[in-house]
Design a protein around this ligand. Structure first.
Ligand SMILES: C[S@@+](CC[C@H](N)C(=O)[O-])C[C@H]1O[C@@H](n2cnc3c(N)ncnc32)[C@H](O)[C@@H]1O
Length: 217
């Protein structure tokens, strides 16, 4: 497993302070789409939950939600807000989802927003998410596909990393790469769409097919 990037802990307080957890321009629509797709009986995993705004909003629409994030400081904020808001069906843990002791096929739904481009091996992450999802379960991802945007993002990101304003890993992915990795992991893609022109995230809804085993290579 790769070592954990200290960047997220370093920016945790600022992240939380900006817009109560940096929830982004299409926050309500994201939550509504996930709530509709998963339904009230779903056990949901939010990967890269940051300070918890997405799982805390989704909690009232599902049976239970578990957020995981590599930053202990962000997770501390999430736990604090769950307590403060009296949200009992949301739990949080810090760590890398790849190595975390989560049971296979224990989730009906997974949300993973703005994470694939930040991990060393997104294909490995996707394989892990596939095994955590029960057959027939759904995953909603959103990913900025920076390789489909202007070349200028390459040097901008490098500069930001150099001055400590961007995480250690920021991969410029093409949409076609992301879609292929999702399919390669065994998922079927139900929808791939950019919902909000103000937000560069491609939303992809995928399903682990019924009757599949976790042992895909
Ligand atoms: C850009 S933020 C997105 C936060 C939130 N999902 C959103 O869309 O507002 C990415 C988050 O993913 C977390 N992260 C990165 N790699 C991770 C991993 N392997 N497992 C769990 N969390 C991870 C980071 O700590 C960070 O909080």
């Amino acid at each position: 497993m790769a070592s954990i990037d200290p960047f997220w802990d370093k920016i945790a307080a600022k992240y939380e302070a900006s817009s109560a957890g940096n929830i982004g321009p299409n926050f309500a629509a994201r939550v509504e789409r996930a709530a509709t797709l998963f339904g009230p009986r779903a056990r949901v995993l939010d990967v890269g939950c940051a300070s918890g705004e997405i799982p805390l909003a989704l909690a009232k629409h599902v049976a239970a939600i578990h957020g995981i994030d590599v930053s202990p400081k962000l997770v501390e904020f999430a736990r604090g807000k769950a307590k403060q808001r009296g949200i009992a069906n949301a739990s949080f843990e810090s760590g890398d989802v790849i190595g975390a002791s989560l049971a296979e096929e224990s989730f009906d739904g997974i949300t993973v927003f703005a994470v694939f481009h930040l991990v060393e091996d997104p294909a490995k992450l996707l394989h892990r998410l596939y095994t955590l999802l029960r057959p027939g379960g759904h995953m909603i991802s959103e990913t900025p596909c920076l390789a489909d945007r202007s070349w200028i993002f390459g040097p901008i990101i490098k500069l930001a990393q150099w001055v400590g304003k961007a995480p250690r890993i920021v991969t410029r992915l093409h949409l076609t790469d992301v879609e292929e990795m999702i399919r390669e992991a065994g998922f079927e893609i139900l929808e791939s769409k950019r919902y909000n022109s103000k937000n560069d995230q491609q939303s992809i809804t995928a399903r682990r097919p019924q009757g599949t085993s976790s042992n895909v290579s």
